[in-house]
Design a protein around this ligand. Sequence first.
Ligand code: DC
Length: 234
Amino acid sequence: MEKGTPKIVIAFDGFSSSGKSTMARALAKRLGYRYIDSGAMYRAVTLYALEHGMIGADGTVDAEALTKTLPEINIDFAVQPDGSQHTVLNGKDVESEIRNIEVSSHVSAVAALPAIRHDLVTKQQAFGKSKGIIMDGRDIGTTVFPDAELKIFVNAPAATRALRRYEELKAKGQQVSYDEILANVEQRDHLDSTRAESPLRRADDAIDLDNSDMTIAQQDAWLDKVVAERLKAL
Ligand code: DC
């Protein structure tokens, strides 16, 4: 990027496994921006709740206990030597654990709790204070950064997204079935878009991207063009 180009806030929203994290992370690297995976923050809180017995066998979350312990839950991101970022929960690298199917199955219930959302949204907004940030999630363009200079809404059919996540987890050596992943993706789509507190919603001023038939290189080229146009229009 040219010197003197103003730094902006870029919001990526979309359904789970739409590939938004991969493209947002790569874009941040190309622009020299900070990337924050807001879903990882909800996942870290969910892992904490599971580890501390705050989620029952029937999936019910003890919202009161979890809300009370919020001040004890410290979430951070540690930059790795290869430039990637790992989620750190109370000093422990939990990057791998927060992606497992157990956390994935309970995270939507945790993310639906208003007190948890308020706490995490405040933390997310603090990350954006100095601009030059790309954040992905469900409510970034609507609630976290309603004034973001650029908002992208990513979508693809549930079956395409489930296949992506299945291949991703399999490559990491996790034992998973495609049907289980598809059921999880569909369940999360439903929970994320129907919850009362800041549901997944496309911001009115977002630019749509359906990446079902796009290669990573095509997505990246599309994004670079959109970003360049937005920066030029500032
Ligand atoms: O993007 P992800 O699949 O890692 O997100 C995990 C869950 O967190 C997802 O089911 C919805 C929730 N989430 C949210 O409610 N708001 C965000 N900004 C990000 C994620």
